[in-house]
Design a protein around this ligand. Structure first.
Ligand code: NAD
Length: 258
């Protein structure tokens, strides 16, 4: 049996970790890419304890040479690549437009959008060599169907940009039998809140309260990382063979309210 190989970026926590674990259970050898050894080691140990196979890859998605080194070492070990989950991302700074500095704007663009570009540009040659494959980009409801998150202009721009990249690339890559889709989560319980800086939300908030909570299907409770991982798993599988260029919202209906 040919071993299938998947790369997951930002696999050291949250959605990336849940996805890496789910793919390892599906018998993928998983390249666990993240920016701290501690986070990556924890994900790799969980996969190994589960009987799966993981390869630790320390890299910053926004740094071209570090990404090229990481992908080269994955290919050295496995010889192929079949699936890519471009998940690493930050919320960055959420602030009024006239309070957001150029450095803050640039940092969000660099990690979320340039990081997606560097992930895809380093991986696509190897998907082509494998004769095809599947890519999932983790976008968001923000920038795709929600525009009321206070001050999230830079973040929303990156998440909308990711969906545009997915649609554009679905046509370019179809001739190589590579499918590419976007998953757009709503509020999911992860560590991302700890990496968010919000300033002057009172100036940007849209004053709407939903008495029954913001996630209709769960009566307000946020989703879990595993809810997103299950959809990524499906999109990478052959059951999704006719789906490409599509955003799929995994938000319990939240994006339609807000
Ligand atoms: P998280 O903070 O738990 O995970 C993000 C991971 O990306 C972390 O392990 C972090 O170390 C890594 N990372 C950040 N910058 C990196 C870089 N430059 N290089 C390499 N790794 C880097 O958050 P999460 O919620 O699991 O977020 C994953 C993705 O899901 C993000 O793209 C985020 O925008 C998206 N998302 C999350 C939610 C949510 O509510 N949690 C909602 C919509 C979309």
């Amino acid at each position: 049996m040919v071993v299938r190989v998947a790369l997951v970026t930002g696999a050291g926590s949250g959605i990336g970790r849940a996805t890496a674990i789910a793919l390892a259970r599906r018998q993928y050898v998983v390249g666990v890419l993240g920016r701290t050894e501690e986070e990556i080691d924890e994900t790799c140990s969980r996969i190994n304890e589960d009987g799966g196979s993981a390869i630790a890859l320390l890299a910053d998605v926004s740094d071209q040479s570090s990404m090229q080194r990481a992908i080269a070492s994955l290919i050295d070990e496995t010889g192929r690549l079949d699936a890519v989950v471009a998940n690493a991302g930050i919320n960055g700074v959420w602030a009024p437009i006239d309070d957001l500095s150029l450095d803050e704007w640039n940092q969000t663009i660099l990690v979320n959008l340039t990081g997606t570009f560097l992930t895809l540009s380093s991986c696509v040659p190897h998907l082509k060599s494998s004769g095809g494959g599947s890519i999932v980009v983790i976008s968001s409801i923000n920038g795709t169907r929600t525009f009321t998150t206070p001050g999230a202009t830079a973040y929303s721009a990156t998440k909308a940009g990711q969906v545009a990249m997915v649609k554009q690339l679905s046509l370019e890559l179809a001739r190589h039998k590579i499918r590419i889709n976007a998953v757009c989560p709503g509020e999911i319980e992860t560590s991302i809140e700890a990496n968010t800086r919000i300033r002057h939300a009172e100036e940007t908030a849209i004053p709407v309260e939903w008495p029954a909570g913001q996630v209709p299907i769960t009566h307000g409770k946020p989703g879990q990382a595993a809810d997103v991982a299950a959809v990524v798993e499906f999109l990478l599988s052959d059951d999704a063979r006719h789906i490409t260029g599509s955003p799929i919202w995994v938000d319990g209906g939240q994006g339609l309210l807000r």
